[in-house]
Design a protein around this ligand. Structure first.
Ligand code: HEC
Length: 302
């Protein structure tokens, strides 16, 4: 077994063997955008979702089925990658040591065709967070950032629009269009904390992970140098990837603290895939120390 440490990694502080893992299923979402999900004629859950039902209230446990349908359906996926599995299962563990928060995802993506899209990295593991400030995040998870007009989506084509939140757009057109609110207005939204944070580990077998992090408001905006660190090992095709950062680092990062419920979305790009050709989880919740959530990050000093 080879342990590969990213810069400044401190995950050795956690005794992972003492933490129970939770399995989650990540599905291939094809071209299913926020706009489609909100349109009753295209998604029969739309009206109820608008009335306050969450994705999970209707779809928990159906991820593998849904991914299987979407990956094979020509209408949902016009740019099919032959042989792509419709879902993958991962195991998540969380911890903190009073100073840092740690999230570990273990995944065997199985037999993956080489999509040839990302020549630099075989696999990418990402976590995306809200801390209750983006009101649609708790019910809609990752899908709130996924739109019709993004790159490789049906009306995005070869354009380069990345993830964004509708509140960044000037118009209330179906996918908000490309026109942004003014810089002043966007700054006010940022100051109110209404954006998502993400961390991503970019992986190749036998190499140290490359880490990026940033925020999603009007676009996916990477920070100059990531505060998140990563540690990754791969044994028999299974990646165990731990991402961590200090709980309090200041803007634009969110504060991780007891008493807040965070919405977390998990994403895995497998088989040299890029952009929307990934696997994603439904919305999950995370709390620090105590509370009701899918994941409770507890102090676990060695
Ligand atoms: C009120 C229940 C309900 C809610 C809430 C709901 N859905 Fe659905 N969803 C459905 C039903 C029923 C279908 C199948 C028929 C269809 O496609 O219209 C479906 C279809 C889907 C599919 C296509 C694959 C499949 O299994 O048919 C996906 C993926 C999906 N929904 C994701 C979501 C996401 C993401 C959310 C939250 C933003 C969500 N749904 C909210 C009921 C719901």
């Amino acid at each position: 077994m080879v342990a590969l440490l990213g810069a400044g990694s401190a995950t050795a502080a956690v005794d992972w063997s003492k933490i129970e893992g939770q399995n989650i299923v990540l599905l291939y979402p094809a071209t299913l955008s926020w706009e489609m999900l909100l349109t009753q004629a295209e998604h029969s859950g739309a009206d109820k979702f608008r009335d306050g039902r969450t994705c999970r209230q209707c779809h928990d446990g159906e991820e593998s089925n849904s991914g299987g349908l979407l990956v094979a359906d020509k209408k949902s996926e016009p740019l099919a990658i032959p042989g792509k599995p419709g879902s993958i299962t991962a195991t998540v563990k969380t911890a903190h040591d009073g100073e840092n928060i740690y999230i570990q995802l273990a995944v065997d993506a199985g037999k993956q065709p080489d999509a040839g899209m990302d020549k630099d990295f075989e696999t990418k593991v990402a976590f995306m967070f809200d801390d209750g400030k983006v009101n649609e995040a708790a019910n809609g998870g990752c899908w709130i950032a996924c739109h019709d007009n993004m790159a490789k989506m049906p009306s995005g084509g070869e354009g380069d629009i990345t993830k964004y939140l509708m509140r960044s757009r000037a118009k209330m057109a179906r996918s908000g269009g490309a026109e942004l609110k003014s810089a002043d207005e966007l700054q006010k939204i940022r100051d109110a904390g209404q954006y998502l944070e993400y961390w991503q580990a970019r992986l190749n077998p036998g190499a140290a992970p490359n880490v990026v992090d940033g925020t999603v408001l009007e676009k996916r905006a990477e920070t100059q140098s990531a505060v998140a660190t990563a540690e990754a090992t791969q044994v028999d095709g299974k990646w165990v990837v731990t991402l961590a950062r200090k709980m309090a680092v200041g803007a634009p990062y969110k504060a991780f603290q007891a008493g807040t419920t965070y919405t977390v979305g998990f994403a895995v790009h497998a088989g040299h895939s890029a952009q929307r050709f990934h696997y994603v989880s439904l919305e999950k919740t995370l709390v620090i120390d105590k509370g009701k959530a899918d994941f409770v990050a507890r102090s676990n000093n060695r």
